[in-house]
Design a protein around this ligand. Structure first.
Ligand code: AMP
Length: 360
């Protein structure tokens, strides 16, 4: 059996690119499927240019690769099932189906993984919103297709009900109780089908519903951090996880509430490239290949800033002033507003310091 493998990645954006870089330094060959010939992964890997859900292209990828993985969860699970050989997609298509639909996801988290989630209810139409107890606040989310806050309505009073009713009549939804959290946090966990390894807890700061800054370690008590890591491990074990998964959570002063999972490396784990001895991309590749996973060490407190299209000049100035900062640019040709162009990671004496000054 050959030690080096050919790994097929569905999606050639920045996550596919950084997965490919990890795979390549370990000696593997990478082929990516992406509709754009000049996608970020094209700079480091061979590309099959086709839509993500083109079954013929998926078949071609499957025929040429030992192992397949994906950089995002909206892949056609049925299409993949039709073309993959046995054990060729270690992450499996069930995990895709769970993370593509908030109803399946919440049921999995609450009933199978048995972690704490915000109290929720499935909403099939606006009539399910009648008799809502408006002494509480809620978030209504579409079951499928929502991202970065799209497909969501916060219900705080009677005035929000018309917009909520419109959303509920347009698609199946989940109604969640609003969580008055102190911090948003996430935990990266990787598995190899048997064992798991877990990263430190990350604190995430969003701007306009897009991740802006990640601070690690998160500014929460050790007790809460251990609880958050234990929940991520519990979810990973229930999934018999292969590869990397991100668990997004809310932290209050005494509790951790799981919000959602992403079955892949995540923007909030990019700091791990420099700040940990193995990155979330390294452990993703080790995990999908079924190899032993290392325990993860954090070298020191760090912050990651996203470089969006509108930050390109500020990021260059920042690097001039902070030569110890690590700049990553993904090679996207056009710097559109809010488009993730790259990120910057830097270390500081303590996370408190990082929370304050560092920004674009
Ligand atoms: P999501 O698409 O579930 O990641 O939600 C997007 C953002 O909406 C989250 O990052 C939170 O800031 C906010 N949010 C989502 N669900 C809730 C909730 N149940 N309570 C309070 N805020 C929420």
């Amino acid at each position: 059996m050959s030690w080096t493998k050919t790994i097929g990645i569905i999606g050639g954006g920045q996550l596919g690119q950084m997965m490919a870089i990890s795979a390549i330094y370990m000696g593997h060959k990478v082929i990516t499927l992406d509709p754009a010939a000049d996608c970020p992964a094209s700079r480091v890997a061979e590309i099959i240019v086709a839509p993500y859900n083109d079954v013929e292209a998926l078949r071609q990828l499957a025929e040429r690769c030992d192992v397949l993985t994906y950089e995002f969860e909206n892949v056609d699970a049925d299409g993949l099932d039709a073309v993959i050989k046995e054990n060729q997609l270690p992450q499996g298509t069930d995990l895709l189906r769970i993370s593509q639909n908030r109803i399946f996801e919440k049921d999995f988290l609450a009933q199978k993984a048995q972690v704490v989630v915000a109290p929720y209810k499935v909403i099939k139409s606006s009539s399910d919103l009648a008799d809502l107890d408006l002494s509480k606040k809620y978030v209504l989310k579409t079951a499928t297709g929502g991202y970065d806050g799209h497909g969501q309505v916060v219900i705080a009073s009677q005035a929000d009900l018309p917009a909520a009713a419109d959303l509920a009549d347009s698609a199946d939804c989940v109604l969640e109780e609003f969580v008055n959290f102190d911090l948003e946090i996430s935990v990266i966990v990787s598995g190899n089908g048997q064992d798991v390894t877990v990263f430190p807890v990350q604190e995430n700061i969003h701007r306009n519903n897009i991740l802006s800054k990640t601070i690690v370690p998160a500014r929460i008590s050790d007790e809460l951090a251990q609880k958050a890591q234990a929940m991520a491990v519990q979810i990973a074990k229930k999934l018999e996880l292969s590869g990397t998964l991100c668990v997004e959570m809310f932290a209050t002063d005494h509790a951790i509430i799981v919000n959602e999972i992403a079955p892949r490396p995540h923007n909030s784990g990019h700091y791990s490239i420099e700040a940990c001895d193995f990155s979330q991309f390294d452990t993703h590749i080790l995990g999908v290949l079924g190899l032993p996973l290392p325990p993860i060490k954090l070298h020191g407190p760090a912050v990651m800033l996203n470089v969006l299209g509108q930050h390109m000049e500020k990021a260059q100035a920042f690097i001039q002033e902070n030569p110890s900062a690590h700049l990553h640019l993904y090679g996207k040709l056009e710097a559109k507003h809010n488009r993730k162009m790259g990120h910057v990671t830097l270390f500081a004496e303590d996370a408190e310091e990082l929370g304050k000054g560092v920004d674009f």
